[in-house]
Design a protein around this ligand. Structure first.
Ligand SMILES: Cc1cc2nc3c(=O)[nH]c(=O)nc-3n(C[C@H](O)[C@H](O)[C@H](O)COP(=O)(O)OP(=O)(O)OC[C@H]3O[C@@H](n4cnc5c(N)ncnc54)[C@H](O)[C@@H]3O)c2cc1C
Length: 360
């Protein structure tokens, strides 16, 4: 495979040892994880040493590793190659455009990874069901879930190498959090008959609770003398005149739960709310500016669609770009920022970095 007799593109994110030696030639060490295959066997899996080199080369290479001088090899490593259907031939429901009622999910769509396969299976399954029942398709937006980002990337950009989901592929990273997954997706799940009534009611109560807490924080005034000793204890600067709790919460060293512990009046005002509801409200207040900023940035990015990138632009010099982005931008040389953003593997975060380097 490495000699070029097979020209398929390997998965970038789990390269073979020969690939690593080639791509990261400047490194002088590499970590291997030695994983026992079971309690009752001497067999171990050498994680970090995947290879498709000839068997005798593998054996010799292993014996060159300190500690492995007398190693025995049960089975050599091998490469696999598989084909895929360009995912641009799919609808957002994962039904193929060519053949009605045929849904594709997983590796067949050019992805690599367990979660990538699993989430597509879920969406294809849901949509196949919806279709047979003549119900509305279920499509997650990029701002709803990472699943939405993955499917949108595949369908609108296609892929020329095994696709892996990264948080950096999403422009709404501060919206797509673990802590708000229940608020984002339970209602849909309930409508589909997946989440129970009880679960739905819990989420609804949490949602209302969060709004109520945010209002409490907005209205709640704090006097310097009742809070300054707390500020001192968390290395936060004291206040000189009264301030709203909402504003105080914006301080990075102030956590709502501790803050309320230090201020009985506030604890009392929050008494009726569950711990996770308080935590959620606190996160929403703290992140508000960031979320707003993120929305503005996305807006700005779309306005800069036609911004021209000079032909002589040297991507290799921008160390903040990832390897993948540098490689692809150098190869494709996009003319505009918009074109750069549509290259498979170029993430919103890469486009933001380019914007900075182009003085925007
Ligand atoms: C050695 C190795 C290590 C990996 N390590 C990781 C890892 O650490 N983390 C990670 O996230 N991903 C890893 N992956 C990738 C991950 O396993 C795959 O991306 C994922 O399993 C793909 O799921 P899938 O359902 O699309 O395909 P598959 O799991 O391949 O499922 C396809 C199924 O279809 C069946 N099938 C094929 N043809 C037919 C037919 N004609 N009729 C009926 N059935 C058929 C097959 O038997 C198979 O069960 C690894 C892959 C390999 C090979």
């Amino acid at each position: 495979m490495f000699a070029g007799r097979i020209d398929g593109v390997g998965p970038r994110y789990c390269p073979s040892i020969e690939d690593k030696i080639n791509r990261f030639a400047e490194r002088d060490r590499h970590q291997l994880f030695i994983e026992p295959e079971g309690w009752n066997t001497v067999e171990i899996y050498v994680n970090g040493f995947s290879t498709s080199l000839p068997e005798e080369v593998q054996y010799e290479a292993l014996r060159n590793i300190v500690g492995f001088e007398n190693v025995k090899m049960f089975r050599p490593g091998y490469a696999i190659e598989y084909d895929f259907f360009p995912p641009t031939q799919l609808n957002y429901t994962l039904e193929t455009k060519q053949v009605q009622n045929l849904f594709f999910a997983g590796q067949i769509n050019g992805t690599t990874g367990y979660e990538e396969a699993a989430c597509q299976g879920l969406m294809a399954g849901i949509n196949a069901h919806q279709k047979t029942r003549k119900l509305e398709p279920v499509i997650l937006k990029r701002s709803d879930a990472y699943i939405g980002v993955l499917i949108d990337d595949l369908i609108s950009k296609g892929t020329n190498e095994p696709y892996r989901m990264f948080t950096s592929r999403a422009e709404f990273r501060t919206l797509l959090r673990q802590d708000n997954a229940d608020l984002r997706l339970t209602e849909l799940s309930y409508r589909l008959g997946l989440a129970s009534q009880e679960r739905m009611e819990k989420v609804q109560a949490k949602k209302t609770g969060v709004e109520k807490i945010k209002q409490v924080l907005k209205d709640f005034s704090v006097e310097p003398e009742e809070i300054n000793s707390y500020f001192l204890s968390v290395n936060s600067s004291p206040i000189t005149e009264k301030q709203k709790a909402q504003k105080i919460l914006l301080r990075p060293d102030v956590e709502l739960d501790e803050f309320a512990d230090a201020l009985p009046r506030l604890r009392e005002a929050l008494a009726e709310f569950a711990k996770d509801t308080i935590e959620q409200a606190s996160i929403q207040v703290k992140y508000d500016t960031y979320i707003q900023k993120e929305k503005d940035l996305v807006q700005r990015m779309s306005q800069l669609e036609n911004l021209e990138i000079p032909e002589t632009f040297d991507y290799q010099k921008i160390s903040s770009l990832g390897n993948e982005a540098r490689e692809k931008l150098t190869k494709i040389k996009p003319r505009t920022l918009g074109q750069a953003s549509r290259i498979s593997g170029i993430n919103p975060s890469d486009v933001q970095i380019l914007m900075v380097f182009m003085g925007r």
